[in-house]
Design a protein around this ligand. Sequence first.
Ligand code: ATP
Ligand code: MG
Length: 431
Amino acid sequence: MLRTHYVADVGEKEQGTEVTLAGWIEDIRNLGGIAFLLLRDKTGRGQLTCIKKEAPDIFESLTGLTRESVVAVTGPCQKNERVRNGWEVLPRRVTVLSTADAPLPMGVADKVNVDFDTRLDNRFMDLRRDEVQAVFRIRDTFIAAAASFLAGQGFLQVHTPKITRASPEGGTEVFRIDYFGRDAYLVQSPQLYKQMLMATGLDRVYEVAWYFRAESHDTTRHLNESTALDVEMAFIDSEEDVMAVAEGVVHASLEAMAAERAEELALLNVELEVPRLPFPRITYDRAVEMVAEEKDFTWGQDLGTEEEKMVGRKMEAPFYFITKYPLEAKPFYAMPDDDGRMARGFDLACRGTEIASGAQRIHDPALLEKRLRQLDMNVDNFADYLRSFRYGMPPHGGFGSGIERFLMEALHLGNIRECILFPRDQKRISP
Ligand code: ATP
Ligand code: MG
């Protein structure tokens, strides 16, 4: 490797010895006879101190660099109390690995506000900033902790197709693609496939899945390409079994994020509170009562953004479930209650924003077909899906939770685009 040490790995032991650091030159202060450079790698920043009369060639080459150029620098490390990390490196050999053009498309270290579009147009630069990287380090911990929690509960990680002929939630919000001259779609979610897997005996599966949704709304909490944690489990008693897993995932991952990402959370000024289990549950009817205190609302509709916010303000806990939705507010595959009026579905919300939706599903193929017909959906489009219900399908349920949606709420970021590397929305398909 080109380096012997990352900046953060230089300690007491390295003092007086030679090290090779490699990274980006963030700042150059040339005072004439002496120059101070800041070298940044993924672990932090270290000072290079270059004295002209000791090493004139190296002084020239280092002070002549453009900011954000990439170098490998070798030299003795020595203590210096005036430097933030207590040491500096005196460069004796320098290899310029890549020279950055000037001017830079945006600053990395400067605290100047750049508009969001400029940041996204130059995402590779934007991601050099600590607070931007912090989001993706926390995201990594979230997914790893969720996966580890689910593995501990006997869930198997799976990957289902993203190109399909049938679209789970109806026809309008899908991206159509040309599949060798035939129409195909990008999946809106792994819904149909993860349910089909319940007919296999695998029993408990999860997927870190891609959702492709051609929704034309332009909001701060929707993307047209997003990722989600999708869970499905068989032999459940009711949707309560699914909710226990959903709250377990949230709880375990928040705990891991708080424990392992204190530095990143501090950069984002976020104090993560790990909510107590179990999360409160309120019924849809109760939520409607809360909404009715503030505005007229027709029973039966799904709660919209405004209504979700109203409920969120009235709940004390940050995370809570809304249960027992009217059947018409949930997708065709949601299991109806005994009287057929309500669905055994739930939403998990964080401070007034939906972060997950789940349900016990219908496992009786006749009822499933009946529901499709009631909703005027084309049964033929679901032939493969329905077939998997005819030869032994246990009761099952699951949920889907948007990864960016969850992070945006947990980290109090105002825009979901902050939580995905290269966002896709109506206006943006590049970079
Ligand atoms: P919403 O009502 O918030 O638009 P939804 O009810 O249409 O979401 P579901 O089909 O229930 O979404 O999807 C499950 C989860 O996936 C949601 O709770 C949310 O966390 C996430 N999600 C759904 N659509 C999007 C999107 N367009 N962008 C980002 N995340 C999404
Ligand atoms: Mg939903």
